[in-house]
Design a protein around this ligand. Structure first.
Ligand code: GLY
Length: 355
């Protein structure tokens, strides 16, 4: 078990990572939520049957009365109705400002649990217990919380940092293969943008990391530290944090065009592949580096291309919430481990993507 510190400007907190890490929930609760009497565990229909009782038991051992809100698994549940149901459940149970929320699940769950906590009584504590690889290395850390609206994904939300994030590596055992692969999209993104040592580790493991708990703990910890190093400089996403969007400008368009049926991490991987090719064409990324990047994506079963056209990408990117003014913030990796943010007009981005 290890602890990685996450020093966001508004709040510094621990991310506790390891096999059986959920057993620290009670002691962390007593330390971080003094005076708490009640907790709302937010989870979904795939995860709750596996881990809800365990989490409830840990809270009850610490003298906390546990309530739960379990929603239908999937992105379609990520709306204001679910969050309103959480607010009402807490209000009916008489929650006060010292009580707290627990997010138990993947990114949809931790985003909504965080948003319910950020808004109930103008903000109460949230403890995140991510159960997917993607949520462990990305969604549950860094304080982005929110919901989808008809116009798009994550359009309403708040920055709200958790009190602690508990990442029990043994929870990854029950993850379907395709969901694990999706998480690898964000893992490899971190390697490309800031962490060449992680890339070497992934290459050395030759695609075999799922069954090695120690290696997984190591890889997850490196990813948490990578994200912390970026977020600590720019918690509110106005500058350097945007490098975490490598592959996302294109990935989001592919994801949205599929009606959110294609998994996020897979779409990000496709976006990264398209960016790699464009950088090679522009002469800013060496062919050898590009080959190495694509080879590691292949090792972990990630796609590196898509049928989407430059016109579709640019028109989709113009509607992205990450757009600032009339320019598109394009994230480039021209050397493994070094990402840069380049502002492009739609015309420049179109030229950059065109073969
Ligand atoms: N997932 C990107 C970020 O947290 O900024």
């Amino acid at each position: 078990m290890r602890t990685v510190s996450f020093p966001a400007a508004s709040k510094e907190y621990d991310v506790i990572i390891g096999n059986g890490a959920v057993s620290v929930l009670g002691t962390e609760t007593k330390k971080l939520c003094p005076g708490a009497l009640k907790a709302l565990i937010v989870s979904e229909t795939n995860v709750a049957p596996l881990y809800l009782d365990k989490v409830r038991g840990e809270l009850e051992k610490a003298g906390i009365e546990a309530f739960d809100y379990v929603f239908e698994a999937g992105e379609r549940s990520k709306g204001i109705e679910a969050v309103a149901a959480m607010w009402n459940k807490m209000a009916e149970a008489g929650f006060t400002r010292t009580d707290f929320v627990v997010g138990l699940g993947g990114g949809v769950t931790t985003d909504m649990a965080g948003f319910a906590a950020a808004t109930f009584l103008r903000g109460i504590n949230v403890i995140q217990i991510p159960t997917s690889l993607l949520a462990m290395v990305d969604a549950s850390i860094g304080g982005k919380t929110g919901i989808d609206i008809a116009k798009g994904k994550n359009q309403v939300g708040a920055f709200w940092q958790p009190s602690v994030v508990i990442e029990d590596i043994s929870f990854l055992k029950t993850l379907p293969d395709e969901v694990f692969t999706e998480g690898m999209g964000e893992v490899i993104k971190h390697a490309f943008i800031v962490d060449p040592v992680l890339l070497e580790k992934l290459e050395k493991a030759n695609g075999n990391i799922r069954d090695d708990e120690e290696l997984l703990e190591d890889i997850v910890s490196m990813n948490v530290a990578d994200k912390a190093s970026v977020v600590k400089e720019d918690e509110n996403d106005n500058g350097r944090r945007q490098i975490l969007n490598y592959g996302h400008t294109i990935g989001h368009v592919i994801e949205r065009d599929s009606g959110y049926t294609k998994p996020h991490g897979i779409c990000v991987a496709k976006g990264m592949g398209i960016m790699i090719d464009a950088c090679v064409r522009a002469g800013s990324l060496e062919a050898g580096e590009a080959e190495r990047m694509k080879a590691v994506m292949k090792l972990y079963n990630l796609p590196a291309s898509d049928e989407i056209t430059p016109e579709e990408i640019v028109s989709g990117a113009m509607n992205d919430k990450k757009k600032r003014g009339n320019n598109i913030s394009v994230i480039l990796v021209n050397k493994i481990g070094k990402a840069e943010i380049r502002k492009m007009t739609p015309e420049e981005f179109m030229r950059f993507l065109s073969k």
